[in-house]
Design a protein around this ligand. Structure first.
Ligand code: ADP
Ligand code: MG
Length: 709
């Protein structure tokens, strides 16, 4: 980000013009590590450091140490034949605490001529073990040098740079160090500051010049830490500033409908219809939503809540508030089955209230459609529920006040944004997701949205019992399934589907289906099957068999993961469970445990599991807390792999911060950015002109990636 704020600056110079680089090496650096300019190179940070300020004594060395540095004398030397006419040179090195052998296979003549017995040397290398003895093979040997204070890159903590196999063979770490040194010799002191002085002072940060110097050539550990902090600050601060600036701009630009009443519809529902008390989290979230819809600015809210946390109810109550203010609302679900389910459960909830509901999906008949379109534009429908049929052009509302989108990551940005223009005024927007996104990730991905979290399940839910099984327990599994079916329960059996090996996956599913039918023969047992290659009509037919209770077993790919609600289903069997991501397993498990009965999740795993797979499955068995699972997923797999976030992508590539580890820092920095914008929303103050410049350059560069609805 900061490296290209000004194209005329030293950062923009191409590496090929640097002495000692040239065309061939420059091309290699670009191809291998995407380093093209001086700036790119300076932002290519070491991933590890070797601290040459620390010395060990010989008697402390163990063969598993990475690198050791010793100070002492060479007390003896000899050569030995190694066969095939080759020789090796062996020095005995001592520091008074013990002896260790230094072994060389190359450059023997040079060593013999230049290394002297009895004078002090510094030895640096990786210990290894040979015939039960610890030795150092080809260590670096040098005489102690007085430190030259004013040479900027003369430090004792040495960076090791990320590289590739190909690059390492042509440009060594030492050569990269030399390139960076050459750049810093030209650039140090001339690097343009990105942060205003008052921030640097207030948060005790290094200057950018010193941060970049010390990240490559740390004077000492403390300066290295400060350099890291400063560079992380830059990286995270500018992301947050950008997000919050956009958010403020959007809020200011988009006046919102004011829902200032809570009236008859909401109250009647709350008083007479609500069959249970709201959870504390539902109350809190309702409060946040009401406040947001009442302040005259368009609401753009992400509602996160684990499976079964009662998001639909929150959506319904928000839509009733819209109705109380004489506005229409709509609820869009990603599949027809889900839309149907929402329609049915909301109809039940609202029985006897004066609210007009309608359902619009792909299979709504033409005549019915016409009627709905007319009623919508005349304002006779209060709440429209449906699939993406809602975004067709012919759908137009008289006064749409609130749009609710369920399971948001199933819809593309494009689709969602079309709901903004379905009425004269901009509606409030709420997207709901059951994919718990860890806080730090949400702050970075959706930082310009407001986020509400339902972090509490309704009371009395029975914990789903989760176990990990191997194939040798399959007979036992089938027996258990039969027992459950005898008690009137239903069962899901899910197979993984990974696009790259589609053929094989379908074979797994087909074989699985056959073996289920063999073990559960019709007509006593009815087994339905659903997968992504079926025609939508067939899929719905199969799904409905199961929803109605006419099928005992549903064999499916993960297409069933989203939202379906069959409270009578108590067993979720997941085949090859190690092939699913944690978040996906959690979603699948959420399909059971929706009724009063004890439910079970059985993770069928292969025999040979990686340590990571084993840990993931064990975690699933040990907790049902979706946020905990998501946090763990973030730690195990990194931010790029969290389900539901791939397509959103991070705004910039993080070079030094780590979303899974820098949570507190991100929160703190977000607060700092917020405070700056609270005091100076347009960044017009003199002291903020650098920040304003960044925002201007940045907004001309990227589209607003997170205007997600
Ligand atoms: P999700 O957040 O997964 O969409 P739902 O809205 O489908 O969850 O709710 C799951 C079930 O819990 C529904 O049957 C709903 O009626 C019920 N429910 C919602 N809120 C409460 C509550 N406060 N107390 C008891 N049951 C609730
Ligand atoms: Mg739901």
């Amino acid at each position: 980000m900061s490296e290209s704020t000004d194209k005329t600056d030293i950062f923009a110079r191409e590496l090929k013009y640097l002495s000692g680089v040239g065309n061939a090496r420059a091309e290699l650096l670009f191809k291998q590590i995407e380093v093209f300019t001086y700036g790119d190179m300076l932002y290519h940070f070491p991933f590890r450091y070797i601290d040459r300020t620390r010395f060990l004594s010989v008697n402390q060395i163990t063969p598993d140490m990475p690198d050791v540095q010793l100070r002492g004398k060479i007390v003896a030397g000899r050569t030995e034949a190694t066969g095939q006419g080759r020789k090796r040179l062996i020095f005995t090195f001592s520091d008074g605490t013990g002896h260790i052998e230094l072994i060389f296979f190359q450059g023997l003549t040079w060593f013999r001529d230049n290394i002297k017995l009895g004078i002090e040397y510094i030895i640096f290398g990786k210990p290894s073990e040979f015939n039960g003895e610890i030795n150092l093979v080809h260590p670096e040997i040098e005489q102690p040098q007085p430190q030259v204070e004013n040479e900027i890159s003369n430090t004792k903590i040495h960076g090791i740079y990320p590289s590739t196999e190909i690059l390492r063979n042509r440009i060594s770490n030492k050569a990269i160090v030399q390139i960076v040194r050459n750049i810093l010799n030209l650039a140090y002191g001339k690097i343009k500051e990105t942060l205003p002085p008052y921030l640097i002072e207030r948060y005790k940060l290094l200057s950018l010049n010193d941060a970049l110097l010390n990240i490559h050539f740390p004077r000492n550990q403390e300066l290295l830490t400060m350099a890291r902090n400063r560079l992380k600050f830059d990286e995270l601060f500018f992301i947050q500033l950008d997000l919050l600036y956009k958010r403020a701009g959007r809020i200011e630009k988009n006046a919102g409908i004011v829902f200032d009443k809570v009236g008859e519809h909401f109250n009647a529902f709350y008083r007479d219809k609500l069959p249970f008390p709201l959870t504390g989290a539902q109350k809190r979230v309702m409060h946040e939503i009401r406040k947001d819809m009442g302040r005259g600015k368009q609401m753009n809210r992400l509602l996160q809540g684990d499976v079964g946390s009662g998001k639909t109810l929150v959506a319904l109550m928000s839509m009733l508030i819209a109705a109380d203010n004489s506005y229409q609302s709509c609820l869009m679900a990603p599949t027809e089955i889900l839309a149907n389910q929402h329609y049915n459960s909301i109809s039940d909830f609202l029985k006897g209230l004066n609210i007009k509901l309608a359902l619009l999906t792909g299979s709504t008949k033409k005549s019915e459609r016409k009627k709905i379109f007319a009623n919508l534009s005349e304002g006779q429908i209060n709440i429209l529920i449906g699939t993406h049929a809602l975004i067709e052009d012919s759908v137009y509302f008289r006064n749409l006040g609130l749009v609710v989108i369920d399971e948001q990551h199933r819809f593309g940005v494009e689709q969602r944004s079309r709901l903004w223009n379905k009425s004269k005024q901009l509606p409030h927007v709420m997207v709901m997701t059951a994919t718990p996104i860890p806080r730090t990730l949400a702050m970075t991905l959706y930082g310009d949205l407001d986020v509400s979290v339902i972090d509490e399940l309704p009371p009395g839910r029975k914990e789903i019992k989760t176990v990990v099984f191997n194939d040798n327990k399959r007979l036992r599994l089938f027996g258990f399934m039969k027992e459950q079916i005898k008690q009137g329960r239903q069962i899901y059996v899910v197979y993984p589907l990974i696009r790259e090996s589609e053929k094989m996956d379908y074979k797994d599913l087909e074989d699985g289906y056959e073996s289920i039918v063999r073990a559960f023969p019709p007509p006593e047992y009815v087994t339905a099957v659903v997968h992504g290659k079926m025609k939508p009509a067939d899929k719905d037919f199969s799904m409905n068999l199961f929803v109605r209770g006419a099928a005992h077993i549903m064999v499916a790919t993960s297409v069933i993961e989203v939202g379906v609600n069959v409270p009578n289903a108590t067993v979720m069997v997941i085949e090859s469970a190690e092939r699913f991501g944690l978040a996906q397993l959690h979603q699948l498990r959420g399909r059971v445990g929706r009724g009063a009965e004890q439910s079970y999740c059985i993770l069928m795993a292969g025999y040979k599991l990686s340590a990571e797979s084993r840990r993931r499955l064990q975690l699933m068995a040990s907790t049902s807390d979706g946020f905990k699972i998501a946090e763990e997923d973030l730690q195990l797999r990194g931010p790029g792999n969290i389900d539901g976030t791939q397509q959103s992508g991070l705004p910039v590539k993080l070079r030094i911060s780590d979303l899974s580890k820098d949570g507190h820092l991100i929160e703190r920095i977000r607060e700092i950015a917020r405070e700056i914008l609270d005091n100076d929303p347009k960044l017009e103050a003199d002291k903020n002109h650098l920040l304003k410049k960044f925002i201007e350059i940045n907004s001309s560069k990227n589209k607003n990636f997170s205007e997600i609805s």
